[in-house]
Design a protein around this ligand. Structure first.
Ligand SMILES: *Cc1c(COP(=O)(O)O)cnc(C)c1O
Length: 374
């Protein structure tokens, strides 16, 4: 028997989710409304430690609605980490606003709080404050919220937390998603838990949750005929998918433990190789170990190609937004750190259903390729 393909971060679903999904199906709540949707929101709100959660069709939709809540409009600027997935910046563009990209710190690969503070200070002087700041919890590790929130509060600029990759992580004992005006979660197929596509906006602010719910359901006014006072979106999550989410949330702790074990295995197995450094884990919190990532001084692409030859999916770290053709006209603060992370960064298979044998297959290929190249 040949070994099965190893994916970077495939869905990990069990009999629990299957049962909940079929139960929802049989209940005929086959719509973007229903008891599973309500229960899933309650579970996640409790987990994140916030008052409100609004289940949506994607993390990108949650970002879009969070930016609307922050008051972002046409012509505004929003500070966004360059080192992120494109969705963080795309949501800014949907509103006709412009992202201003900010570099990362090598200490955690997250946005550099000093650069954010500098950019806010110089923009305040020019009378050009951004309407919002987006911080991203990269690869499952929280950004450094204490200095970020101090800088934002100083100028009265709201912070949006893109926690799409970080459900279950903490910063100074507080859960990812709970920082700033609103937090954004994703349940896309590759994330730490999945509904097969979905997202959530989490917030302590009841007005923001109410507005998000309203806009996500085509901005229908509460009257029998269809009455609309603003332009809405069709952004609600299906009750069927929420049923899957209910099961996934119950297994979150065990899935984080599995990913952490994988991280520790890779560090043991590869940490001694020359020219390889693992993504630093800052001492201010605990990550959810969504992806194990490392820097490879030489031969990163050769390793990815060799893994592919062995039917193993690995990827470079994110290509920064300031190097993307679509954002070539946007302003960038700094840039060397994120460019370096892109050129040397390697993400290894990290799914929570990865077996011990799978991890060994990955590590063997990385070790032998790295040795031959050295
Ligand atoms: C996945 C992801 C998103 C988008 O989430 P979707 O549910 O796929 O729309 C946004 N930001 C980051 C950092 C992500 O990794």
């Amino acid at each position: 028997m040949t070994d099965a393909r190893i994916f970077l971060s495939p869905p990990d679903v069990s009999d629990l989710e299957r049962k909940l999904l079929l139960k929802a199906f049989d209940s005929n709540w086959v719509a973007p409304v229903g008891p599973d949707l309500d229960a899933f929101e309650d579970q996640v709100a409790e987990l994140v430690g916030v008052r409100h959660a609004v289940a949506l069709s994607s993390g990108t939709a949650a970002l879009h609605l969070a930016l609307i809540a922050a008051g972002v409009r046409r012509g505004d600027t929003v500070l966004v980490p360059s080192f992120t997935f494109a969705a963080s910046a795309n949501a800014v563009m949907y509103l006709g606003a412009r992202p201003v990209f900010v570099d990362s710190t090598p200490d955690s690969w997250n946005v550099d709080p000093d650069l954010i503070a500098d950019e806010l200070a110089s923009r305040a002087e020019r009378g050009q404050l951004p309407r919002a700041v987006i911080a991203v919890d990269m690869y499952g590790q929280c950004a450094d919220y204490e200095p970020l929130l101090t800088a934002c509060d100083r100028y009265g600029v709201p912070l949006i937390e893109d926690s799409a990759e970080a459900l279950g992580a903490t910063y100074q004992g507080r859960a990812a998603g709970s920082f700033g005006l609103a937090g954004v979660l994703s349940f896309n197929g590759n994330k730490i838990i999945t509904t097969g596509g979905g997202g959530m906006l989490v917030t302590d602010d009841g007005r923001i949750a109410k507005q998000a719910r309203h806009l996500a359901t085509q901005a229908r006014e509460p009257v029998a005929h269809y009455e609309h006072r603003s332009v809405g979106y069709n952004y609600r999550l299906s009750n069927l998918l929420a049923a899957v989410g209910r099961g996934q949330v119950q297994r979150l702790e065990q899935m984080i433990a599995a990913r952490r074990e994988t991280f520790e295995f890779y560090r043991q197995a590869l940490g001694d190789l020359p020219g390889m450094t693992f993504m630093p884990i800052a001492d201010y919190g605990t990550p959810n170990y969504w992806l194990t990532c490392l820097l490879v001084d030489e031969g990163r692409d050769r390793i990815i190609a060799e893994l592919a030859r062995h039917d193993i999916e690995a990827r470079p770290a994110w290509k920064p937004m300031h190097l993307q053709p679509v954002f070539q006209d946007c302003v960038m603060r700094g840039g060397d750190v994120s460019a370096d992370l892109f050129h040397r960064g390697l993400c290894l298979p990290s799914g929570s259903a990865l077996t011990a044998r799978d991890r060994e297959r990955v590590a063997d290929v990385v070790r032998s390729t790295s040795k031959r190249g050295g």
